[in-house]
Design a protein around this ligand. Structure first.
Ligand code: SF4
Ligand code: SF4
Length: 97
């Protein structure tokens, strides 16, 4: 992505259209990442409902992994995940780059 000169930016830093978040890989600055443990998943989709970045993939009504380009590593999904019999289906691990 090429950077714009300041003269080309919108006055006041206004965001001129919706959906611009998809253009930026905000996951680049994540320090923790969610790791999916499918053996503990009951497909309740709490992770999908609570994720503030729409970074949980769902396919055929089931949890299907993460969009790590846009996941910021907040850990809400792991916190809310009930898992199976107390064993979490999402755990947060350090990001290794
Ligand atoms: S919240 Fe946990 S158990 Fe529920 S769908 Fe997501 S990963 Fe699976
Ligand atoms: S860590 Fe946060 S941003 Fe990433 S998938 Fe979970 S809830 Fe979404």
């Amino acid at each position: 992505m090429s950077l714009k000169k300041y003269q080309d930016l919108a006055l006041g830093g206004n965001i001129e259209r919706g959906g611009t978040a998809v253009d930026f890989k905000t996951g680049d600055w994540r320090s923790l990442k969610p790791v999916y443990k499918p053996e503990n998943c009951i497909h309740c989709l709490f992770c999908w409902a609570y994720c503030p970045d729409s970074a949980v993939h769902v396919a055929d009504g089931k949890m299907a992994g993460f969009d790590l380009d846009h996941c910021k590593g907040c850990g809400i999904c792991a916190h809310e995940c009930p898992g199976k019999k107390g064993a979490k289906a999402i755990v947060m691990e350090p990001e290794v780059k």
